[in-house]
Design a protein around this ligand. Structure first.
Ligand SMILES: *[C@@H]1O[C@H](CO)[C@@H](O)[C@H](O)[C@H]1NC(C)=O
Ligand SMILES: *[C@@H]1O[C@H](CO)[C@@H](O)[C@H](O)[C@H]1NC(C)=O
Ligand SMILES: *[C@@H]1O[C@H](CO)[C@@H](O)[C@H](O)[C@H]1NC(C)=O
Ligand SMILES: [Zn+2]
Length: 474
């Protein structure tokens, strides 16, 4: 949030903090109503706040209560609190007071295909705050395989930050230096999750031998292994096949990497993690094929975590066939957004506990950047928006539709992420002692999502025309 707290050494996830020099007092970020580039939140110096009469929701419990906040920390959560005159009071009657969203999967200012995603650590976080997300975890990409150099580069990118964030680390090669640096990440840098790409052949992809080394190292360090699960060799083959057939448009992206390649890689990663006996986190589960592998593994008692992303829950692949290239290309991400039916199955899996938390894979390239693939879908930079829309769409798709309760909403958008990445209960809860990363959601007031009014720097939005609930982030 915009209150900035000193680093607690007990955390195993690194939380960088930043004080915007020009942060304005009493300025809230409000989705649907506008946003001022100066910054979000309330100034941090000795602010006392009482959020009165709202329905306070945690993953384990909800009740009508007041929340008393002092200097960015929640001091008390009780009905009918009495406080002094120097406390600013916010009336939350009829509204939900919830832990701010935590997005476990973003790529701000990420380099890809000779360009960089247009939301950096300022604009992406501003969009997040406007949409009720108060923390995110981004992926450090090593520089020439070096974790240390990669972290330095990302620390530089993150100097623009206006909210709390953490990092996962991507592993692209394995040798004694990487092995040593993984230990430094865990013991000194607070990074305890490592991601392996089974796709993007020749760029980020790792083979089974490297994956096994990485899984073993994660196990010995007590760190969590994450995978992007698509068979990169087969995707490469599928892409060649599409080009040979003369299918060069965005639809070729979906056709070249069908769900079975995601299912194969998910199954393989799960089995190798089982073989090494270490937990596995599968990022952006996009298909029934992958989800069913996770369901099977969990049923057998294996520790596998499945993360759907908003685009996979909310969209289908029809947009990729749009005759307008700008429209079609904005949906290009990997694994691809799937045919109708996959999204509903993923929603069901989220509501029945097969999948545990929702991310976004927010990685935006604008229409100019996407146009570099106008003659060849392989050159369209991959990624869709979502950091600003996630909280709204999960509410709309899952809570309004009656598929999950409001307490489950808090769990899948915030608490579960905090637990998995070791920042609970400092984040992900509204209880005394937690950070005051709080959102107030008005279930009766809606606004329309569109590229004209969103806060991201990109000029398109894959959720154009969807409805969100007006939300304040404190
Ligand atoms: C809080 O105050 C309201 C209104 O004064 C009252 O109706 C309610 O019973 C009180 N709740 C508790 C738990 O004291
Ligand atoms: C990566 O390594 C190559 C070859 O060793 C070198 O030319 C290049 O400058 C390095 N890049 C960075 C960013 O260090
Ligand atoms: C997209 O971003 C690039 C790089 O920042 C910029 O040069 C270009 O003008 C942008 N295009 C649009 C349509 O915003
Ligand atoms: Zn990603």
């Amino acid at each position: 949030m915009a209150y900035h707290l000193s680093l607690s050494l007990s955390l195993s996830l690194l939380l960088f903090t930043y004080f915007p020099s020009n942060s304005q007092s009493n300025q809230f970020c409000e989705a649907g109503i506008g946003y001022d580039e100066v910054g979000c939140g309330i100034s941090s110096s000795s602010t006392k706040l009482l959020i009165k009469g709202g329905t306070v929701v945690n993953a384990h419990h909800q009740e009508i209560a007041d929340v008393y906040v002092k200097d960015g920390i929640i001091v008390a959560v009780k009905p009918n609190l009495t406080v002094g005159d120097d406390v600013k009071v916010i009336d939350a009657t009829g509204k939900f007071v919830m832990p701010g969203g935590i997005d476990p999967h973003t790529h701000l200012a990420m380099e890809a295909l000779n360009t960089e995603s247009v939301d950096d650590f300022f604009s992406g976080q501003a969009a997040a705050l406007a949409g009720g997300t108060t923390m995110h975890i981004d992926f450090v990409i090593p520089v020439n395989g070096s974790l240390i150099a990669g972290l330095e580069a990302y620390e530089k990118k993150a100097k623009k930050s206006c909210m709390d964030y953490g990092f996962h680390m991507v592993i692209t090669k394995f040798d004694d230096i990487v092995s040593r640096d993984m230990e430094i990440m865990v013991k000194e840098k607070g990074i305890n999750s490592f991601k392996f790409f089974l796709a993007y052949k020749g760029v980020l992809m790792v083979n089974d031998e490297l994956l096994l080394e990485g899984l073993k190292r994660c196990k010995s360090l007590g760190a969590l292994a994450m995978v992007h699960a698509e068979n990169g060799d087969a995707v490469f083959e599928g892409q060649k096949r599409m080009i040979q057939l003369g299918i060069t448009g965005p639809e070729g992206h979906a056709l070249s990497r069908p769900p079975l390649l995601e299912g194969e890689a998910t199954a393989r990663a799960i089995r190798l993690a089982g073989f090494v006996n270490t937990p596995l986190y599968v990022v952006h589960v996009m298909s029934i094929d992958a989800m069913e592998e996770i369901a099977k593994a969990r049923k057998s008692g294996q520790r596998v975590i499945g993360e759907p992303v908003v685009s996979g829950l909310a969209l289908d692949d029809s947009g990729l066939w749009d005759s307008d290239f700008t429209t079609a290309s904005k949906y290009v991400m990997s694994p691809p957004i799937r045919a109708s039916g996959h999204g509903k199955a993923l929603q069901d899996a989220l509501s029945n506990g097969v999948l545990q938390l929702v991310g976004t894979d927010h990685c935006v390239f604008n229409s100019t950047q996407k146009a570099s693939g106008i003659d060849d879908f392989r050159k369209i930079p991959n990624g869709v928006n979502g950091i600003e829309e996630r909280m709204h769409l999960v509410w709309d798709l899952m809570v309004e539709s009656g598929q999950i309760s409001v307490t489950d909403y808090v769990r899948v958008t915030s608490t579960e992420c905090a637990r998995i990445f070791n920042i609970y209960p400092r984040k992900g809860a509204i209880i005394a002692g937690s950070d005051a990363d709080i959102i107030i959601l008005n279930p009766k007031s809606t606004f329309e999502i569109n590229a004209r009014s969103h806060h991201s720097r990109t000029d398109t939005n894959v959720y154009e025309g969807r409805r969100g609930k007006v939300t304040f982030s404190l």
